[in-house]
Ligand binder design. Structure first.
Ligand code: SAM
Length: 436
């Protein structure tokens, strides 16, 4: 029989029997090829949850997230080389902190969000076939189960819940009190539309590196701290150390505890301190700790920075490695807003009355930004007698409007949106003052 088939194929010039094994169609490989990558999943998530909120701005934000990010060069004040600034200027870069000093603040009435409407519009639960009326809580009343959900569907629903939040009036906002831009901070960037790279930092005379490259918007949380000489500062989630270094570059304080739960990342922070400041982790004024941030609760710090783990939008949109949108990390993702809120509550508890806490993320997720501020306020009101208010940073940050593209619709914080001509961020910053 097989001889007959073979003959038939030969006579009809059909060569399936002679196709080399490696070129044969394999169903399994074909399905694997179609499988979504982690970056695909991240973008799909953004399109579901961010697009309705950012509306007309979304196409520009999306393309910017996928394009080359812009960096800023933070000048190292501990390396005694006057040429650094000259070299950066010769490259065509300029100091955005100086530019902000020369720019008048602009007080804009922020357009408060229509998040309720947005949520209604985007509710992925909404199924035209299904009546979504809430079911009664009364257990005496027997209600037949309409649908049994699989584990996967339950996870999906939890993900939906963690991605949205319902605004409540629990947050009190006061006008901006901070007006200072730290005298010694110098952060060089290229002009709008110029996407040149900075040369790699080099070691200068003092054996220290001359500048540190970071997303220029990372300077905003440090400015929001409004440091004054000898402030006792806690950087709760500090590694790999970009913002820690910026705090030190203000030359206003070395009275600093930098903490990070992750040992490997902490090592990177220690290296930053070594290569940029000559301090090692055991100098009396800078202390590096490796604890769970939730353990900090003693009110002993004047200023606290809570730069939490988040969706890290740029990273997950572009990198397969260590991607939070890996299917196996869904639980971690679902629990992020709760972890962020708990870390912020710990930061508020660690702050002295009269001090300030700055919360920051590098995500566009409104549940991880304004949503976390609201949830931390709820916890503080209900579980403690601490009194806090949000300080509106818009007037001070408006001095950076020539560099950063701010979203006008946040309820509490300020958010830098990526834009092709100034591709910084996302960076969300919210300042909370502890009154009591
Ligand atoms: N501030 C850093 C900088 O500017 O370089 C970036 C911090 S990164 C956004 C968030 C950090 O939080 C990660 O290094 C992570 O290891 C740390 N982290 C996560 N969970 C934590 C926890 N429970 N306590 C303290 N740190 C935590």
């Amino acid at each position: 029989m097989s001889f007959l088939v073979r003959r038939c194929c030969l006579t009809h010039n059909v060569n399936i029997f002679f196709t080399q094994r490696r070129f044969r169609y394999k169903k399994k490989w074909a399905t694997q090829l179609k499988e979504k990558s982690h970056t695909d999943r991240a973008l799909e998530y953004f399109d579901i949850y961010y697009k309705p909120f950012y509306a007309k701005l979304w196409p520009s934000i999306r393309i910017s997230l996928l394009s080359q990010q812009k960096y800023g060069a933070l000048v190292n004040n501990f390396s005694i080389d006057e040429d650094t600034v000259n070299n950066l200027s010769q490259l065509g870069a300029f100091d955005i902190i100086q530019q902000a000093r020369d720019t008048e603040p602009l007080v804009e009435k922020s357009e408060h969000p229509t998040i309720g409407e947005v949520v209604k519009e985007m509710d992925p639960f909404r199924d035209p076939e299904e009546n979504m009326e809430p079911e009664p809580d009364n257990l005496d009343m027997f209600m037949p189960v309409k649908k049994v959900y699989s584990d996967k569907q339950i996870k999906k629903q939890e993900e939906i819940k963690q991605s949205l939040y319902s605004p409540k009036d629990v947050v009190k906002t006061v006008p901006c009190l901070s007006t200072r831009l730290p005298e010694n901070l110098k952060l060089y960037v290229y002009d709008l539309g110029n996407v040149s790279d900075f040369p790699k930092p080099t070691t200068v005379k003092s054996n220290l590196l001359d500048y540190y490259l970071l997303d220029a918007a990372s300077i905003l949380p440090v400015i929001a701290l409004d440091l004054v000489p000898n402030d006792h500062v806690l950087d709760l989630c500090a590694a790999p150390g970009g913002k820690t270094l910026a705090i030190l570059q203000t030359l206003l304080t070395e009275n600093l505890v930098c903490n990070d739960k992750c040992r490997n990342r902490n090592q990177r922070l220690i290296n930053v301190l070594r290569y940029y400041t000559n301090r090692n982790k055991d100098t009396s004024s800078i202390q590096v700790t490796c604890k769970n941030g939730l353990q900090f609760t003693e009110p002993i710090f004047d200023k606290v920075l809570v730069d939490v783990p988040c969706n890290s939008d740029r990273h997950v949109a572009l990198n397969e490695d260590n991607n939070l949108f890996k299917p196996g990390r869904i639980e971690e993702r679902i629990h992020l807003p709760k972890l962020q809120s708990d870390l912020l509550v710990a930061g508020i508890k660690s702050c002295k009355p009269g001090g300030s806490v700055v919360y920051s993320t590098c995500t566009l997720s409104f549940s991880q930004n304004d949503g976390v501020i609201q949830s931390a306020f709820e916890t503080i009101w209900t579980e403690t007698n601490i009194n806090i208010v949000v300080e509106d940073m818009q007037p001070l940050f408006s001095r950076f409007r020539n560099t950063f593209n701010f979203f006008p619709k946040c309820r509490f914080g300020q958010l830098v949106l990526p834009k092709l001509s100034s591709n910084f961020g996302p960076m969300y910053v919210c300042k909370i003052n502890r009154l009591q």
